[in-house]
Write a new protein. Sequence first.
Length: 491
Amino acid sequence: MPQKKISRNPITRNTKKKGVKKGVVTKSVTKHGTSKKTSDASANEDTLLLQSLRGMRDILPEDQPYWERVRRVLTHASQEYGFQRIDTPLVEYANLFTRLIGTETDIVEKEMYTFVTRGGDKVALRPEFTAGIARAYIQHGMGILPKPVKLFSVGPVYRYDRPQEGRFREFWQGNFELYGESDPILDAQTIQLAYRVIQQLGLKNIEFQVNSIGVPESRREYEKALVRYLEAQKSKLCQNCRERLTTNPMRILDCKEDKCIQLTAQVPQSIDYLDQESRDHFKRLLEYLDELELPYTINTRLVRGLDYYTKTVFEIWSSDKDGKKYSLGGGGRYDRLIQTMGGEATPAIGFGLGLDRIILEMKRIQVKPYQEPRARVFLAQLGDMAKKKSLKLFSELERNSLLVAESFGRGSLRSQMRVANRMGAEVTIIIGQKEALDDTAIVKDMVSGTQETVTHERLTDAIKKILKTNQELKIKEVNIIRPAEELEKGE
């Protein structure tokens, strides 16, 4: 009798029927119990694709040590500089971003994920942190707190951008915001903080590009000069920049098209049109940066892509041996943002770091990722009663600050000992049927090969004694080897 063939795909199964040219024919039961045919379109919509969306990705276990190092450095730096953690929602009202970022910016026009909820609210996935944190600052009355108010965030943001190396549609940022101080020394300290983080992550060949775009009043005069200069060459600009010439001319300076970069190489410089206050602010910032000996260049083309910036703007770049540059993040002042949103006049400055790009750079220059503490103790057991005892014993050892590894699923003692050897355990605890009955355990020193049977009450002390002895032996070996190597070099 021929064997019946069984479909091995549990997700979809196409059924061919006479008269059906393509698609899937399925039946569904209505609430009255009768059946009806569903359309090809709805059937296809139910097809389960086992892959992430374009521009999204999973951060797998093998990459987590890099992310853990970044998370630890960010948290340490935030605490060191007096920042407090704040977490805001992934979803906000869409107009929070359209009004504050600017309707003529690429983020709002092309890149924002917006949708309408079932309740009829038009919302958006956050494309950046600053607007949401500013909203939280006003909503929760943080204006009454002692100044400056320093807030730190880390998490994913979303932009419908063209995915490419180091850039995703879901990407992670570390974000620092500082409210309530207008002195340019805070600008310098903010840049110093960004540099500190980048250095602690092991990145080199770092450069800060800084500029001042002044305030909206002085910026209008600069925009007029920019338009006058570019009008004569309008036909040579890319299509986007031709439109920007009438809607947001300063955004032309941020264009990445080669022909636009060449055309704007000799445009009037924004710093020549600064009001006196902005000019003095920028001059003092540069003096502070010189005092700190931070690597920076003045880039008069730098405008950033968001409308709320005033005065100081900056970006962080790394470069490889071929001179190719990679953007790692940036920020600037937004002294009028809180007032624009309906709060009191509050000067502010902040910056964000692109964590995906930073981790790519860490891998490129082979920075060591974070190493999890290694378990020096292994717990082996044999038999059902020993397993029951081992679970409680494992918890007790962990409470006594002993990092313990185990392999509860393995049946034979030999296979468990192989695991202990592979992980380089210094101490192995063995519990068999007899030990389970006696409330004892065999403690084996994997370095010397000696072992003893101890009661549960003495177990922690016995393990710590062996670990301490092994550590002392390692220190002695290092002290013996180093002088010998130095003597050989001297000879």
